[in-house]
Design a protein around this ligand. Structure first.
Ligand code: GDD
Length: 316
């Protein structure tokens, strides 16, 4: 079975590649760009096939898909950092929407039997009212950032290409996920890296933070990539599924958990640059539909994820 992972050099992409390798029955292809960092996949580079491809280049994508003829596509490549979407809204929309359109068109042109997983996001729900929790797939989408709008476009294009052309597309609305290799701009990694640097004496004992009142539903990335596999193996094409743990914690609790693993005394300082024009205040997902359809359930406890993440930064 041939699987193509876009964004294989990234956080979720590298974990998915590891998971598929461990299965032993999957030939893994992955796209990267000239500027991609290779450190997340260096340890498996000899067991995967890497293809340089700019996903915004329609011709390059058509050629790549026609050559590989993948049976699964996991479309994980994206501009995924919410604050960057305020600094570069046009780039975020172009990158996330055009890349996916090129993949859909290339699969359509190649006329190959291929299942496509589209990495959508809980950010699409945006403003959620207390009586709407936990959020189901039918909840209204009230985006709070250009990034969220780009993910709604990806989501709806997935629906439209299924309806119009019968492409076998499964959309996953994944809530926050973290673990080793999480990019350092994202909150869990950012705090863990700061703590590790303080322990090593590389940073004064100040942890800089943004909005600690926001609540998020965290799943370990190693559970999330299993969900992506199951989405294509057992999910119903045309459907959209929440992928979430079903529990929520404040960012303050995330910080407190990480601090409980260190003896370094620290002072918490709010950095106004880390506050957003509009932050999503609470996300808590209902993944019942996905769990019932596929048998998936998250297995790695939050404390374990946080321990592993802090250890990752101590070792990096
Ligand atoms: N990044 C960051 N840095 N966030 C902070 C900080 C900080 O120092 N302090 C507080 N926060 C708060 C943010 O305001 C936000 O409410 C929350 O921590 C999580 O921020 P991120 O880790 O940047 O993630 P996100 O929730 O904006 O988006 C992530 O999850 C989405 C799924 O819901 C990303 O992974 C997206 O790509 C993904 O779609």
């Amino acid at each position: 079975m041939k699987a193509l992972i876009t964004g294989i050099t990234g956080f979720a992409g590298s974990h998915l590649a590891e998971y598929l390798l461990a299965r032993g029955d999957v030939e893994i292809y992955g796209t990267y760009r000239a500027r991609s960092r290779m450190d997340h996949i260096a340890h498996i580079a000899d067991r995967i096939r890497l293809v340089e491809c700019e996903l915004q280049d329609r011709e390059a994508v058509e050629k790549m898909i026609a050559q590989i003829k993948p049976e699964h596509i996991y479309h994980l490549a994206a501009q995924s950092f919410v604050p960057a979407s305020w600094s570069f809204p046009a780039e975020t929309l172009m990158n996330n929407i055009v890349s996916q359109l090129n993949i859909f068109e290339a699969v359509r042109m190649a006329d190959i039997p291929c299942k496509i997983q589209v990495a959508c996001s809980s950010e699409e729900y945006g403003l959620v009212y207390p009586d709407e929790l936990p959020v189901q797939e039918t909840n209204p989408l009230r985006p709070q950032s250009p990034y969220a709008v780009s993910k709604i476009a990806q989501d709806f294009l997935g629906y439209q290409y299924f309806q119009s052309y019968g492409l076998s597309i499964v959309r996953t609305r994944t809530f926050n996920h973290t673990g080793p290799r999480r990019g350092e701009r994202f909150v869990t990694s950012n705090f863990a890296k700061q703590i590790a640097q303080i322990e090593l004496g590389l940073q004064p004992p100040h942890v800089y933070v943004g909005n600690l009142q926001a609540r998020r539903d965290f799943t370990d990335v190693r559970d999330v990539v299993k969900a992506y596999w199951l989405a294509l193996e057992r999910g119903v094409p045309g459907s959209v599924y929440n992928i979430s743990s079903g529990s929520t914690r404040t960012i303050q609790e995330v910080l407190d958990t990480l601090l409980s693993f260190t003896s370094a005394p620290v002072q918490i300082l709010v950095d106004p640059k880390r506050l957003r024009p509009s932050d999503v205040e609470v996300l808590l997902g209902d993944a019942t539909a996905f769990c019932e359809q596929t048998g998936w359930k998250p297995e790695i406890p939050f404390h374990q994820t946080m321990r592993d993440l802090l250890q990752y930064w101590r070792d990096t």
